[in-house]
Ligand binder design. Structure first.
Ligand SMILES: [Zn+2]
Ligand SMILES: [Zn+2]
Length: 120
């Protein structure tokens, strides 16, 4: 059910196999999605369906999901991945091929692309 994305920035920052979504058995309570943590300034994955989503690195709740406008400069034309949690979060989580905030250089040069991994 879930899929993965890779993230790559011109500055050299990269992250591979970022899991998006949930599994067959836990998709009602678990949705993995990339977030930017304002506290430790990192891109991390967290469970957005948790009661209080936080940064797995520093446990801060000062996090912004990567589908939020403040992390995107220009939306892309194509959807790289999407995950429908509209019944729980009121929106469809999606990443496009647009330009996103890089956690390292803080420029809007981060690009997501479809990863190789699919999981259930
Ligand atoms: Zn953090
Ligand atoms: Zn960068």
């Amino acid at each position: 059910m879930g899929s993965s994305v890779n993230a790559q920035c011109k500055c050299g920052y990269g992250a591979t196999d970022l899991f998006i979504g949930g599994g067959m058995s836990n998709f009602t309570t678990f949705c993995s999605f990339p977030i930017f943590c304002k506290n430790c300034q990192q891109l991390q994955l967290t469970n957005l369906l948790a009661k209080h989503p936080d940064c797995p690195h520093c446990q801060s709740r000062e996090i912004v999901a990567y589908d939020e406008d403040e992390l995107q400069q220009a939306p892309g034309n194509d959807i790289v991945t999407s995950w429908n949690v509209s019944d729980r979060l009121g929106r469809i989580l999606q990443l496009t091929d647009g330009e996103y905030l890089c956690p390292l250089c803080k420029e809007f040069n981060l690009k997501f692309e479809e990863g190789d991994m699919h999981w259930d």
